[in-house]
Ligand binder design. Structure first.
Ligand code: ZN
Length: 164
């Protein structure tokens, strides 16, 4: 993520200083401080009635062409579990119910910076998948036949969900 060079409030050039224990950009004129907060992301650990897991092959960065769990950014004003189901619906046309929270995680991604990831277990109520432009492929797999997932956080979510 590219840092600001100019103050978004008054347009002055920003300076660097240690503020509240971290190096931060701030505006020497109006005293605006660029606090950088993580972006919230919801991930769906979505299973069918046979407990097969939905994995998707991503058609966009980050992790282009990698197998992953579906998910995406929460919208302002949206409940996290609703955002999780919305992302699942947008990417695959699958609907379902959130059964439980699996966990909360932090991830650092070059493209977006710091992410706060909320992972939910979702039980889908049908299996007719229709892919949107964000995916190359998607399917339900028993764990032993699942394509390899190389995103460390997604493997962690799978192992946390399996040990709940
Ligand atoms: Zn300023």
């Amino acid at each position: 993520m590219k840092p600001y060079s100019f103050c978004p409030i008054c347009g002055a050039s920003l300076s660097n200083a240690s503020i509240d224990g971290r190096e931060r950009m701030y505006c020497p004129l109006c005293k605006w401080v660029h606090y950088i907060n993580p972006l919230p992301v919801a991930i769906a650990f979505a299973v069918n009635s046979n407990n097969e897991l939905l994995v998707v092959r991503r058609a966009h960065e980050p992790a282009f062409n990698e197998w992953a769990l579906p998910g995406g950014f929460l919208e302002a004003g949206e409940e996290p579990h609703d955002g999780c189901l919305r992302e699942l619906m947008e990417e695959t046309s699958l609907s379902g119910k959130v059964e439980r929270l699996i966990g909360l995680y932090h991830r650092e991604v070059e493209l977006y910076g710091s992410l706060l990831v909320v992972a939910y277990m979702v039980r889908v109520d049908h299996e007719e998948i229709s892919l949107n432009h964000e995916l190359f492929d998607a399917g339900f797999y028993p764990r032993e036949l699942m394509p390899p997932i190389r995103i460390p956080l997604h493997n962690r979510i799978i192992s946390d969900a399996d040990s709940l």
